[in-house]
Design a protein around this ligand. Structure first.
Ligand SMILES: C[S@@+](CC[C@H](N)C(=O)[O-])C[C@H]1O[C@@H](n2cnc3c(N)ncnc32)[C@H](O)[C@@H]1O
Length: 277
């Protein structure tokens, strides 16, 4: 079945707007080719030839929205992405938190977790820390809007480029925390027991009290416009404990946004003590 190549401007704009409505991701008109490429496979699967008909399917069948979100999000990630952040996490943030909060449980949030490599990197560093500090306790919440990536995270099963990257960068941790399983490697029960994966849209408020001590909100703000970034950061601020730490991605910045975080060092911010108005 041939899928149309010439799409009218109204349909293009309506689909780009749907991306924004369902994910908060801002796609300018020039991103149409990218979106078209991603939607093409879905049209094929649904045996549709016109993008306009896919719009109608999205409107008539709310259950299609999940598949749409899975297609339009970019889920690239890796274990120990941006190594200097992980050095800081291991050498400064964990010891500092442990010194100040004996007896408590460190609450970590991987806030755009994708397939879970970031959350399991947190867990490996925490397990190593626990070896030397048996009283240390931690919990990790890993959230994302896309259900297909969360399924990989929940399974804790990795193959190909993802696990090969860990093997190369951290052979000791790879040996200690991953076992061969089928055509890939499975995260150890000790890692999996500490990570909870959940669907969450960053534009919505996370339920529960302000609790996270360390939040990684990395490589996702870039997809939102300024208003969206502010909204997401305000929600993150609400979910985080006073004095807690926020870590963002390499091409992101909070300068100009004025959302209740103080700059601590590149990519690392501290939530202001006083409630943000
Ligand atoms: C490029 S990945 C970043 C993964 C990881 N944080 C890292 O830095 O490697 C961006 C992730 O953000 C998720 N995402 C996009 N919009 C979102 C939203 N509104 N709420 C929650 N997650 C979202 C995507 O599904 C994707 O998995």
């Amino acid at each position: 079945m041939d899928i149309e190549n010439e799409i009218d401007a109204g349909t293009q704009r309506a689909l780009l707007d749907k991306v924004h409505r369902h994910t908060g991701i801002h796609m300018a008109d020039r991103k149409w080719t990218l979106l078209q490429g991603r939607l093409r496979r879905r049209l094929q699967a649904l045996e549709l030839c016109r993008y306009r008909d896919y719009l109608a399917v999205l409107d008539a069948h709310p259950e299609e929205v999940g598949a749409f979100i899975n297609l339009v999000t970019t889920n690239e990630t890796s274990f120990f992405r941006t190594p200097r952040i992980w050095e800081h996490f291991q050498q400064h943030l964990l010891p500092e938190w442990f010194r100040l909060h004996r007896g408590a449980t460190l609450q970590l949030w991987s806030a755009a977790a994708s397939t879970g490599e970031e959350a399991y990197s947190m867990a490996m560093v925490c397990e190593e820390f626990r070896e030397h500090h048996p009283a240390f306790k931690y919990q990790i919440l890993a959230t994302d809007i896309a259900s297909h990536v969360l399924a990989t995270g929940k399974a804790g099963h990795y193959q190909g480029k993802s696990i090969e990257g860990l093997k190369r960068a951290k052979p000791d941790l790879f040996d200690r925390y991953f076992q061969p399983s089928g055509d890939g490697y499975l995260a150890s029960p000790s890692l999996r027991a500490h990570v909870l994966f959940r669907e969450h849209h960053l534009h919505k408020r996370l339920d529960g009290a302000s609790r996270f001590d360390i939040t990684m909100l990395r490589n996702v703000l870039i997809y939102f416009d300024e208003e969206g970034q502010r909204h997401v950061l305000e929600n993150a601020h609400r979910a985080m404990a006073p004095g807690s730490v926020l870590i963002i991605g390499e091409s992101e910045s909070l300068t100009r946004l004025n959302v209740g975080f103080d700059f601590e060092q590149p990519l690392v911010y501290r939530r202001q003590e006083r409630a943000h108005a």
